[in-house]
Design a binder for this molecule. Structure first.
Ligand code: NAD
Length: 290
């Protein structure tokens, strides 16, 4: 039974995963490479818990209890008692390989490992570990405390037992599961990212401007956010990385990343996180950059 959950990476996704696990009553150990990353993650986590208290989603006592369940460390040895470790390090296959190499010797023999990867093959990641049957994809959505879905992806070697444990955990975290097969970018990003890429083509070809494209999709397709606004939220580097995974993994030209998306990433205009993408976030209100 899962009681103690480890999280690798205290970034955007990792602190959100730690948050929902702690609120659901699990002991949480959060590990990152440097103290600044942990401090930043804990600050975000605290702010998000405050917001949930203000909205009466949790009580002040539940907030305090959740915070009390979270321990942090810079050392993978802190994972030694974990029943499950969820890896939420940057979307870089070589880096994830290094992480598993260091992580596995620090785990209990029966501990499960899940990756929050948005697009990398679960079968390939599993093969980098000493426990492919106990490895699975657990793809949370951003922001984790708010979004209800977890995509669960079985690699070719993932055991039925591992799958059932992770599906049960997803429910206990208050989330709903969608089960996806292990193909590039799974379900959500397989559908969402080509749409965003197409929105960037629409901008590139001058069919519309940033404002008209986002307004069209919000009011015309009933999307809560326009595709370009959403791209800025996800991070344009992440969007480009997923398009590369689709293009390389499925070898179909329909997944060709839009040259304008490439140019924005080359310029370091990565969206909200750099305060500039399809919108400029330096002022009071986001303003289209073109
Ligand atoms: P992020 O850059 O915000 O956070 C990654 C964290 O990992 C950083 O704090 C970094 O310091 C830490 N890290 C780097 N190397 C490490 C190591 N060796 N050991 C421990 N920690 C290390 O990235 P993110 O947006 O949180 O993405 C994490 C994962 O989640 C990626 O695989 C990404 O594809 C996936 N994902 C992201 C989103 C999203 O919208 N951002 C959504 C779903 C899934």
């Amino acid at each position: 039974m899962i009681k103690h959950i480890g999280v690798v990476g205290a970034g955007q996704m990792g602190n959100g995963i730690a948050h929902v696990c702690a609120v659901a009553g699990y002991a949480v150990t959060l590990v990152d490479v440097n103290q600044e990353a942990i401090d930043r993650g804990l600050k975000t986590l605290g702010g998000n818990l405050d917001r949930q208290v203000a909205k009466n989603i949790i009580t002040a006592d539940q907030r305090a209890a959740a915070v009390g369940r979270i321990k942090t460390s810079l050392d993978y040895a802190a994972f030694k008692d974990c029943d499950l470790v969820i890896e939420a390090s940057p979307e870089n296959e070589a880096l994830k390989r290094e992480i598993y190499k260091k992580l596995c010797p620090n785990l209990k023999a029966d501990a499960l490992v899940a990756s929050n990867t948005s697009s990398i093959s679960i079968t390939r990641l599993a093969a980098m570990t000493d426990r492919p049957a106990k490895f699975i994809g657990m793809h949370f959505m951003n922001p984790v405390p708010v979004m209800k879905l977890v995509e669960i992806i079985r690699g070719i070697a993932t055991s039925e037992e591992t799958f059932k444990e992770i599906r049960d955990l997803t429910v206990k975290l208050g989330k709903s599961a969608a089960v996806a097969e292990d193909f590039p970018a799974f379900i959500v990003n397989r559908i969402l990212l080509p749409m965003i890429n197409e929105a960037v083509y629409t901008l590139y070809e001058g069919v519309g401007n940033v404002e008209s494209i986002d307004t069209a999709m919000k009011l015309g397709a009933n999307h809560p956010m326009g595709p370009l606004e959403l791209a800025d939220f996800i991070g344009l580097d992440t969007c480009l990385a997923v398009m590369h995974v689709l293009y390389d993994g499925l070898a179909d030209s329909k997944y060709r990343p839009c040259p304008l998306l490439v140019k924005y990433v080359e310029a370091g205009w990565l969206g909200r996180k750099t305060k500039r993408g399809f919108y400029d976030y330096n002022g009071e209100k986001p303003v289209p950059t073109r």
